[in-house]
Design a binder for this molecule. Structure first.
Ligand SMILES: Nc1nc2c(ncn2[C@@H]2O[C@H](COP(=O)(O)OP(=O)(O)O[C@H]3O[C@H](CO)[C@@H](O)[C@H](O)[C@@H]3O)[C@@H](O)[C@H]2O)c(=O)[nH]1
Length: 310
């Protein structure tokens, strides 16, 4: 996109006077997106799981409780919705819960929104690049056929297909984020685990499959992308959300060694090796940037330094 074509909302206050609902407000991404949307002028209203700490504009609601979801939606009457609540850890061991939360939970939300008096102008669903599985092309764009290789990926693809049934009633955008990281991500994910080992000055780390590569973004870039998608995405489309550059695990360890100033001994612990792993995920963000403008991805080494020094 040429510079003079940059969408007007960039740096703007497009959320002024509008209500944004974030499901999973206190999750890793939810906290960053809340900040991003607040900065753009939205009044941010969020859901948390019952039992979590509440506050003004925070609704404790289990997305599996259909009636509670309807009550929440009727009360909030959101102008835009970012649905982030769900199971995000690919190696989660409870397959039944993965499907219930990611598919049925999403369905409950869409049904409530479609039933509501006030129709949102945009509903963003967080799917996953994991749906592409072990694709045979080096760089994955949105035309690559999905080939999910594990329950998590199947649940996200099922969510996408289910969402299509609601697209005549709601302006739904599917985001397919590739990997991303930042301060606050749980340590069962690869990068926070590596960073925390270096922060603790440990000389040895046990990992699972070492032959992997991922396209990592900074969570703040992902929040920016989601905000812009909420403002301009046409509805009915899926977008990869990624930086466009991929790193092998060896490369990630080298980067962290350089930041921390020492080498770490990497050993394989079979307990961390996944049976149905996706080995390489490297994405094209051309479709995304054509719609929302350039994202100026933060170099991964800067994101890692930010996490290391936190
Ligand atoms: N977590 C973890 N992963 C390891 C380890 N050792 C090797 N890996 C490998 O490192 C890769 C990245 O693992 P995660 O950080 O757990 O992320 P993911 O499985 O790629 O899933 C993330 O990205 C998806 C989008 O591509 C997201 O949809 C998902 O929610 C999550 O954020 C996987 O291939 C995993 O097998 C380890 O000790 N821990």
């Amino acid at each position: 996109m040429a510079t003079d074509d940059i969408p007007a909302f960039i740096g703007g206050r497009e959320g002024e006077g509008r209500r944004a609902l974030i499901t999973g407000l206190r999750g890793f991404t939810g906290r960053y997106l809340a900040q991003e949307l607040t900065n753009a002028g939205y009044r941010v209203i969020g859901t948390v799981m019952p039992g979590e700490e509440t506050g003004p504009d925070i609704h404790p609601v289990d997305l599996l409780d259909r009636e509670a979801v309807q009550r929440m939606v009727d009360e909030v009457q959101p102008d835009v919705v970012a649905h982030l609540a769900g199971i995000a850890f690919v190696a989660h061991t409870n397959a039944e819960l993965i499907y219930r939360v990611n598919v049925v939970g999403t369905r409950n939300l869409l049904e409530a929104l479609a039933n509501g008096q006030h129709r949102p102008t945009s509903v963003l669903l967080a799917s996953s690049a994991n749906i592409y599985g072990n694709a045979s092309v080096p760089v994955i764009d949105e035309n690559v056929p999905p080939a999910p290789a594990n329950d998590y990926a199947v649940s996200k693809l099922a969510m996408e297909y289910m969402a299509r049934l609601w697209m005549d009633k709601l302006p739904i955008t599917i985001a397919r984020p590739f990997n991303y990281t930042g301060i606050g991500q749980a340590e069962n994910f690869l990068l926070p685990k590596i960073v925390s080992h270096f922060r603790r000055n440990e000389k040895r780390i046990e990992l699972g499959n070492l032959a992997i590569a991922r396209d990592f973004s900074d969570v703040r870039m992902v929040a920016r992308a989601y905000r812009r998608l909420l403002a301009v995405a046409p509805g009915g489309e899926a977008f990869n959300v990624c930086s466009g550059s991929s790193h092998s695990l060896a490369n990630l360890i080298d980067m962290m060694s350089e930041i921390a100033g020492y080498h770490i001994d990497v050993q394989v612990n079979p307990a961390f090796v996944r049976a149905n792993d996706v080995l390489t995920l490297s994405g094209s963000n051309s479709k995304l940037t054509a719609v929302i403008g350039q994202l100026d991805p933060t170099p991964l080494s800067e994101t890692l330094r930010w996490m290391y020094l936190a």
